[in-house]
Design a binder for this molecule. Sequence first.
Ligand code: FCB
Length: 478
Amino acid sequence: MTTQGTRPETQSSGLMFPTGFVWGAATSAYQIEGSISADGRGVSIWDTFCRQDGRIVGGDHAEVAIDHYNRYAEDVRLMADLGLTAYRFSVSWPRIQPLGSGAYNTKGLDFYKRLVDELLSYGIDPWLTLYHWDLPQALEDAGGWPARDTSKRFADFAAAVHAELGDRVRNWSTVNEPWCAAFLGYASGEHAPGRREPAAAIRAAHHLNLAHGLAAQAMRAQNADSQIGGCVNLYAISPATDSEEDADAARRIDGLQNRFFLDALLKGEYPEDVLKDLGAVTDLDFIEDGDLATIAAPLDMLLINYYSRFTVSGAPGGAQSASAAPTDSGSPWVGSEHVGFVNGGRPVTGMGWEIDGSGLREVLDRLVAEYPRLPLYISENGAAFDDVVAEDGTIHDPERAAYIDTHLRVCHDAIETGIPLRGYFAWSLMDNFEWAWGYGKRFGLVYVDYETQIRTMKSSALWYADTIRHGGLLGPAE
Ligand code: FCB
């Protein structure tokens, strides 16, 4: 590990965060671990997907990824150098339960025990996500998330992991971004398993919600002290104009992206208008009596991944998608495929995602106004940019620090006005395998040389470390 870099000249902005605010960074198993055949790990849907032609830009795969499976101790030291108070990671289901049902793999579980113990030895609080998209292939072969049984398999898995790690991990979340797992996995096919079956995607969405509820219940039954949350990716949504068709487009996208998940998890119901939109695609009789009560099992917190705003149009011949997939894919917007995603005119990140801190504020305001009050955490927020390694080996990425600064200012303001926001996790700790985009998009605070696996803190990492040490915002990074 090297930590050279230009430490920006910083000055306090006077914007301090409350004592106990959680300063974190996040990763996910498939994006960093590699070692996909080590120590008895089973096959995941992403292993299979990466082997198919045309799925991942450049034919990239995650067989080695950033070798975190072998380098976790070095990576935890990096986190300690950054001063993180918490680290959000996910466990790989096929590493722990190779076939997704039946036998558990002790060696797989042991890896996470070692990781957690290492974190705890530095005083870093482990935040464990049970599912970040790497379904065991055997479960996909049995129907995948469109099959109801997968939810039950997940609850069993959650209970087993919680029984083993619940003594040393306090903060648990179930499914990362069920919208992506359902609609990118089963409708657009941009993500594994790459199916393009809109009706199946709706079933998957419901079963991912059900999986969340069943898992939360199972963990709660074991240990009442665990803090359990759901994790959703929320967007601010604006209509492109004040026309009726654009208002309808905004209603639809907000419905499918945000309310379908929030209403289920936090109110125990699906929004009527969304059920109507989806009912035009398929009958919804797979939603069984009692499911929504299960899904709405009481939570201790909500984890929010926020990246951007969508501006949408319902005008015929709708505009190009702002979040176009890098590979040949269909639409993830089941039942609302006609909606266009319009350029809102804001500066964009390396993903083409518009940078809009005000959207985060809208999301937080809406949660407080429309849903039961519970502690909120930003569990992902960050940006890809085309990093350049200077001749002296440093990586100067002020635009990434500025992105995080913008959103942290919103967080600070939200807390000042009484929103129960308790922590922030930057996405991502390190550069990694960005799904269908392969290694071309770098989100890390820490630069990874994919040839040598050498980690180097970017200037944004040094800025974030200063911010954490200070406990508040500094002047913008140079
Ligand atoms: C989120 C995912 C995460 C990463 C970031 C950029 O949707 O949870 O794995 O891909 O986007």
